[in-house]
Design a protein around this ligand. Structure first.
Ligand code: G16
Ligand code: MG
Length: 218
């Protein structure tokens, strides 16, 4: 069967997760909410709007839509200011090699990200041409763990969900891939991503034969 290799963006291809954290941390501190790295796991893969709601819930705070919009804009401006000088050096270890190997083997590649900033990031890092299909936060209405983003990507590539392979660094994203009945591959901490079918600490830990086996899988 023809396969589809679907990559999450933040935390999988580039280490922008740290910039998201710093931007949210600033907002939380302003609001007097204690926001830790552990709390941040809840935000990974989750939309901007939902992320703010989670932070407010953590601090037991309610806010007007006007204030929320202000903080959402502030967060994104702060986040984007971190990306100004972004280039290919921000691509996480081993990622480029895997993309290259998939391309050489004519494998369909998709992006499945919750971010509305996905395209400029792929352009700045110089890898946008590797992607046959891009589905991001501008294209979907339901955020991960809803599988919409991955199902759309597979459908655009004309591949059945069972033949799609998802690389994810977030719990919400792994759950989305599992709900879609796709092969879920966690990139990161195995205690956090234990729901994934396979877990690797990063792309350097993925061997070429592992990828070959996925390609050949009946
Ligand atoms: C990413 C991050 C999330 C972020 C979301 C929205 O998703 O993991 O933390 O809140 O995108 O990003 P933006 O504010 O840029 O629209 P993913 O799915 O690429 O990991
Ligand atoms: Mg991610």
């Amino acid at each position: 069967h023809k396969k589809a290799f679907i990559f999450d963006l933040d935390g999988v291809i580039v280490d922008t997760a740290k910039y998201h954290f710093l931007a949210w941390k600033k907002i939380a501190t302003e609001l007097g909410i204690d926001f830790t790295h552990e709390h941040n796991e809840l935000l990974k893969g989750v939309s901007r709007v939902r992320s703010l709601d989670i932070i407010l819930e953590l601090g037991n705070k309610e806010a007007s839509q006007e204030d929320k919009n202000k903080w959402l804009t502030q967060k994104n401006e702060d986040y984007l200011s971190q990306l100004v000088d972004m280039d290919s050096s921000e691509i996480l270890p081993g990622v480029f090699k895997v993309l290259q190997f998939l391309k050489e083997n004519n494998q369909p590649i998709a992006l499945g990200s919750a971010s509305k900033n996905a395209r400029p990031i792929l352009e700045k890092t110089g890898i946008i041409s590797y992607f046959d299909v891009i589905v991001d936060g501008n294209d979907v209405t339901n955020a991960k763990p809803d599988p919409e983003v991955f199902l759309n990507a597979a459908q655009l590539l004309n591949v059945k969900p069972e033949d799609a392979i998802v690389f994810e660094d977030s719990v919400a994203g792994i759950q989305a891939a599992n709900i879609a009945k796709m092969i879920s591959i966690g990139i990161g901490d195995e205690t956090i991503l234990h729901e994934a079918q396979y877990i690797f600490k990063d792309f350097t830990a993925i061997s070429q034969s592992f990828i070959e086996d996925l390609i050949k899988k009946p």
